[in-house]
Design a protein around this ligand. Sequence first.
Ligand SMILES: *Cc1c(COP(=O)(O)O)cnc(C)c1O
Length: 450
Amino acid sequence: MVLGKSLAAWRAEYPLLDELIALRETSWFNPGVVPASEALADVGLSAADVADASARLARFAPYLARVFPETAGQGGIIESDILALPRLQAVLSERHGLSAGGALWLKRDSHLPISGSIKARGGIYEVLKHAEGLALAAGLLKAGDDYGVLDSDAAQAFFGRYQIAVGSTGNLGLSIGIIAARLGFQATVHMSADARQWKKERLRAHGVRVVEYASDYSVAVAEGRRQAAADPRCHFVDDENSTHLFLGYAVAGERLRQQLAAAAIAVDAEHPLFVYLPCGVGGGPGGVAFGLKLAFGDAVRCLFAEPTHSPCMLLGVYSGRHDALSVQDFGIDNRTAADGLAVGRPSGFVGRAMQRLIDGYYTVSDEELFRCLALLEASEGQRLEPSALAGMPGLVRLLGERQGYRARLGLTPARLARATHLVWATGGSMVPEAEMAGYLARGRQLLQSE
Ligand SMILES: *Cc1c(COP(=O)(O)O)cnc(C)c1O
């Protein structure tokens, strides 16, 4: 029994469950999506909230440029570039027999400074927001100050009286831990069993306390939240519920709008933009998608991608039960090489806020993630971590769908030919060489035996 209903009854009511339980690659295009003008209000946050987050990041830019010299070239703004993928697109088209459907691009959050993943957006933002609040209240900062003053022994000693904690599968912990420790906070990261060893070692080298769990992400988060609740000087970064994290991610929307404009790429009703976002608990892709919807309205269409072993957001939105369900309730094991996506229960906040704004969800097998990893490397020389490849099959799923989605959107071949497809590459530039060599070897081997 799951939520008082037999498995047979669940399967009868939700036919896609059979495929999910069998761990087959699945796509679901949500017929319940409505225009952004109607659905944006579901989120409970506004364009002004995103602008406020953006302004806060601008205030911190002089500080970041000082303490993380790799951000100085961009004036302390943490942003990634976009890259056209013509060779990969040719390879994918041949492999899947696709006809032309627009141009394929990569958003390289894999190369974001400081922590090398999409978590350098939301994670770092939330710590900065918290630090600003404490510093303003204590008179350590005043409105209008150059935040570079926080790079001082006095500021470090001040923040050292406070703690920051987070539960993570790896990358969020890496982002939060590095920025929190640099500001002077006592930082604790509760790591799920999926977390890669090198991420733990890197954090310890930064002076961060790493607590390891033998269980999955939900347990690491719950335990971290419980321990933090006992300490009023401890701020817990709540990946499942935080609107601060969400807003930190959302800033990407307006920045991407400017990047595409600078590259003379049109996005409007006649030139749709499809964005394929790897999804774990949902905060990262949800926040980015919110920012994109604010920036482009209905001209942007977002799809979320999950491992076949961890389809928590698909399950939550498809069933309408969100965080009341975990994939384990249906015997799906949440064991995947895509450590950044190894989440069994979605964020209820993001699922409910974004369900009428996200066009579809699909799952990808671990084997296909590794094949995509090797294909991208061979064709374009880009190296990503397994989680970050989940966006790549999105174009194939879109062009091959038979659920009436393209017809519903009026996506004729002519309109598709003018589309831009953006694969959000969520991590990978900091993967150690030996680990990357192992990923590539696995991907090449899988391709050879195809
Ligand atoms: C965390 C992460 C994601 C997904 O973000 P969520 O907020 O967990 O949904 C995707 N890719 C990578 C590499 C990540 O680390």
